[in-house]
Design a binder for this molecule. Sequence first.
Ligand code: APR
Length: 256
Amino acid sequence: MSDWLKKKEVLIKRATEDIVNSRKTITLTGAGISVESGIPDFRSAQGLWSRYDPEEYAHINAFRANPEKVWQMLKEMMELVLGAEPNPAHVALAELERMGLLSSVITQNVDGLHQRAGSKEVIEFHGSNHWLVCLGCGYRREASSLSLEDIPPRCNNCGFILKPDVVFFGEPIPWEAQTKASEEARMCELALVIGTSAVVYPAGEIPIVAKKSGAKVVEINMEPTALTGSVSDYLIQGPAGEILSKIMDEIREKIS
Ligand code: APR
């Protein structure tokens, strides 16, 4: 076994100990956790932002100026999400919650895969694709009724083009999500930071708040991030699905 693989195995055992011994563990997840479900992330080489300029497609001013154009990207994301299934990383986090070893999932993702994998305590920090909202009159409707044919969807009240209830750049984080996430970060003993570049704020603040509150911060990522070597105690480098599955095997063995 190569030195690199040996190091990864040692870190997987270390993370197993940290999770089993922590009285309160949270996780912050980003787009990387859904890559193994077939949904590209944003900032990796083949990420969404390599094809769509976020200023033109993901800022609230861009949506107000040209909603039809933004819906071109949203439609592509919808098709990816519709065809996606939870992967072993989502399933592992749901099992950790059932075992009483995970207090909450704070996710930046809007694909709903944590809930579909069975996680109950999910804080959707960037909103959710579950609802469509009207910027004109406040009308809301469930997105489940939306078919790809009627894109862009229009408000039944005032005819405005509806917006998914996700947080665009330039919009505030939902107050309840921000409050709950801050509380979880302050109270936890261990924060697992999985599949996020941690460059977008205020989500990127969550591991820092946890660290300042005395928690251990453990990253699972394909590559080092802005947190590595400064905020996080260690990085287990590799695909989240593979790493979390191995951690779950170690935990099951340990507590059986
Ligand atoms: N396993 C683990 N990590 C992975 C995997 C994988 N299989 N694939 C990619 N990653 C990592 C990448 O190395 C990267 O560090 O996931 C991270 C994804 O980073 P981003 O693409 O920046 O996504 P995210 O951090 O979620 O972005 C935050 O930015 O554009 C906004 O609103 C959007 O919620 C998003 C926010």
